[in-house]
Write a protein that binds this ligand. Structure first.
Ligand code: ADP
Ligand code: ZN
Length: 733
């Protein structure tokens, strides 16, 4: 593995110190000396002693030459001299500097495949030899018959085919009638074929695809924004860039916001390239992780489809990075090393000289502004594929078209559902709330059920008969008695969740075939996949779900989309709230009428005059973006200014508040920097910890990281208080 990168032993073997980065939250690399006659390239994997144990580490550079080598501990290169690509090491450094995370914590993201560097354990397979044993029972004869074709098989496979126990097979091995072949540990990954099923692209797809192919062929860093309306065939278009990278023999990374949910994507990939891509996400089993990681490192994995963590895979020669649905919030990693995978994909592309393609029907304002300014190549697809037209969108004023008391669907929506069912077409009802009801209260005393550890209401899940905190996951069986006043059967559910909406739907349409899709009614990706297939085959007439079904899916017979509550989320009070509402509603609306039959979208709201909703209804995207752009410019909000959030938390509320005040006092004055706070966070209590926030707002020209280092470097936090730094925050809770 990569031994070509290692130079022959130098004369001063083992005497020069090297710095070794360990995948642990330590401030930086430590110095070691190397055990044997290798010069150490950056990226070389070593076993390094740390305290009483040894630890996998990576040579990061040369060590401090002033330290005499014999005073250092000795690090040992792995037997196979495995080495991380230098571009990955550079990327780790970059991410650490930008996010102000310990380098070792970022390195840990790049080493997330246990055993990936172990020496291979070959698999043994057995085939027939020329020896025929003297005594042949029936069973033994069956084994010889099965293996007569000369092919190599595992013992288990032979035993199964011959219908004998594995002991019989082993006995024949011992007798010399079967001989072993060593096979590589893993079956090689199938290779995608660039010309397997080349589609006929329409004009605008064709020119966009050409531009993307040119970007790939240029073999240098560039960013393109593939900006096409929902259903315009963006996937078909960027697949041509993937094909080009394959022809050039370079590797490809395709990032998806929720990889476990992208069944349809994997099928489309296989239809285009003949085989499925390699996958990388948190649901992968240990063996598969090891297999994919190795194949990426060895260069055999040509296309990897992954979640944000796939950015940290050891690609040898990354020619193309696609970020599909680039506006998605799911690209922000909110725990541990806090980073935005879309932004880091651009950085990764620059370091690896790759073409980067950002894809969306509703780009982030950041990407939109970059495209407008000409920093990104802007490729537009304005029309839906085939005869499909964009759907008609109507705002339903709930003040005029009131639902029945305790219900959530207006008469207009119910009528539209009825017509759609009668026409034999499909509908989707969208409500971005899991569970049955977001609030339970006692009708006698007004007691509200809240989480003891979080400042949040408990959500009733009637399906599981439980009250659940959506923040810490704490759950209790649904009580029958109010714990506060002791009243019996006095609890009432307030507000709708998807389960309650489904109940209401069934009251109106008891005959209709309906399914709920939300992360707690479906047990894992397989169930969601089943629902999506059922929907594609027309076995379901109405799908009721949360944002997990809002985007990406393609159901040709889906003609009606109902948005139950467009006002949800508008109270969040952060800079991106309008953008997010627009994107989500636009995406949901985009599910309707994607084939021959025209689509209709009904958006229920209490404030139809709202500018965002008006823009959604008019499907007038650019008017909305330009308005939003001016607003952000005026308020120095991103991308026209920089933000960084500091979140202090701890079990001891006083210690947290004191620390918050101290931080604010010690903030150095600097031109173009303003500090807001400390203020209690929106969720003041989360998982039992009190939280305070400070927000740093800076002009674009300010080096925020340098400012933060100068400010926070000298400050010593008490052990009971934790500080999290979130550069470019998108969540303001
Ligand atoms: P988007 O991602 O832009 O919303 P999709 O890529 O899902 O759109 O495309 C919508 C539908 O049109 C898909 O079923 C896709 O297979 C089909 N399609 C798009 N372009 C072509 C093409 N050139 N030839 C055949 N089918 C296409
Ligand atoms: Zn909680």
């Amino acid at each position: 593995m990569n031994s070509a990168r290692l130079k022959p032993a130098a004369a001063e073997i083992g005497t020069r110190p090297v710095s070794v980065l360990l995948p642990l939250p330590l401030p930086g690399p430590y110095d070691y000396r190397l055990s044997d006659g290798v010069t150490a390239p950056r990226g070389l994997l070593v076993e390094a002693p740390l305290g009483a144990r040894t630890q996998l580490g990576v040579v990061w550079g040369s060590g401090n030459a002033k330290i005499e080598a014999h005073r250092l501990k000795t690090a040992v290169p792995l037997g196979n001299y495995a080495c991380l690509p230098e571009a990955l090491c550079d990327f780790v450094d970059w991410v650490a500097r930008y996010t102000l995370s310990p380098q070792g914590s970022v390195l840990a993201l790049a080493l997330r495949a246990r055993g990936a560097f172990d020496t291979e354990t070959p698999r043994l397979a057995y085939r027939r030899s020329s020896v025929t044993p003297a005594r042949l029972s029936d069973k033994r004869q069956r084994v010889l018959d099965v293996t007569a074709d000369g092919l190599a098989r595992s013992i288990a496979a032979i035993a199964e085919e011959a219908n004998v126990s594995s002991a019989i097979v082993r006995a024949l091995v011992a007798a010399g009638a079967l001989i072993a072949d060593a096979l590589p540990e893993f079956v090689p990954l199938p290779v995608p074929q660039p010309d397997f099923a080349v589609p006929v692209l329409r004009n605008e797809q064709h020119s966009a695809a050409e531009a993307l192919r040119e970007a790939v062929m240029a073999r240098n860093f560039s960013v393109s924004l593939l900006d096409g309306v929902t259903g315009s065939g963006k996937t078909e278009t960027y697949f041509e860039a993937v094909a080009e990278a394959l022809r050039l023999g370079r590797q490809v990374l395709i990032l998806l916001p929720e990889i476990a949910l992208s069944v349809q994507f994997l099928e489309r990939f296989a239809a285009r390239f003949g085989v499925p891509p390699a996958e990388w996400h948190s649901d992968l089993g240990h063996t598969e992780r090891k297999r994919v990681y190795r194949a990426v490192l060895g260069g055999e994995a040509r296309v990897v489809v992954g979640a944000r963590s796939a950015l940290f895979l050891p690609f040898q020669d990354l020619g193309l990075i696609i970020v599909d649905e680039e506006h998605e919030q799911a690209y922000k990693q909110e725990e541990g090393v806090i980073y935005h995978a879309r932004d880091m994909a651009v950085v990764r592309g620059r370091i690896s000289s790759s073409a980067v393609v950002l894809v969306s029907a509703t780009p982030s304002l950041e990407s939109y502004v970059n495209a407008q300014a000409g920093r990104y190549r802007w490729l537009k697809l304005a029309a839906r594929h085939g005869v499909a037209k964009l759907p008609r969108i109507d705002l339903i004023d709930l003040r005029q078209h009131r639902p029945e008391p305790g219900q959530w669907m207006s008469p207009v929506l119910i009528d539209a559902l009825r017509t759609t069912l009668e026409e034999g077409e499909q509908s989707l009802l969208f409500l971005n709330r899991r569970g049955y009801a977001p609030l339970t209260l006692c009708a006698q005393c007004g007691h509200k059920f809240t989480c003891h550890q979080c400042s949040a209401w408990l959500v009733e899940h009637r399906y599981h008969r439980r009250l659940v905190c959506h923040h810490c996951g704490q759950d209790t069986p649904m009580p029958t008695v109010c714990p506060h006043c002791g009243a019996q059967d006095s609890l009432i559910a307030c507000g709708p969740g998807v389960e309650r909406l489904a109940e209401e739907f069934v009251q109106h349409f008891p005959e209709a075939r309906m399914a709920i899709a939300s992360s707690d009614t479906m047990h894992g990706p397989a169930e969601l996949q089943a629902a999506i297939h059922a929907m594609s085959r027309g076995e379901i007439e109405v799908l009721i779900g949360t944002q997990m079904i809002a985007k990406g899916h393609h159901f040709p017979n889906l003609t009606l989309v109902g948005v139950i509550d467009a006002d949800l989320g508008s109270a969040d009070g952060d800079v991106r709230v309008r953008e997010r509402t627009f994107q989500l509603l636009h995406q949901v609306a985009g599910r309707a009428g994607r084939a021959a039959k025209p689509g209709r979208v009904l958006v229920q709201t209490h404030s139809p005059e709202d500018v965002v909703l008006q823009a959604v209804a008019a499907a007038d995207r650019d008017v909305f973006y330009d308005q939003e752009r001016r607003l952000r410019e005026r308020t120095h909000a991103p991308p026209f200014g920089r933000l960084a959030a500091l979140i202090l938390s701890g079990v001891n509320g006083d210690a947290v508040r004191t620390m918050g005040k101290r931080l604010a006092q010690e903030a150095p004055a600097a031109r173009g920097v303003r500090i807001w706070g400390p203020t209690p966070a929106f969720y003041q209590l989360l998982r039992g910890r009190t939280r305070e926030r400070l927000l740093v707002q800076a002009e674009r020209s300010v080096d925020v990281q340098a400012y933060l280092r100068q400010w926070l470097g000298p400050i010593k936090l008490p052990a009971s208080v934790r500080l999290v730094i979130d550069i470019d925050p998108i969540s303001f809770f």
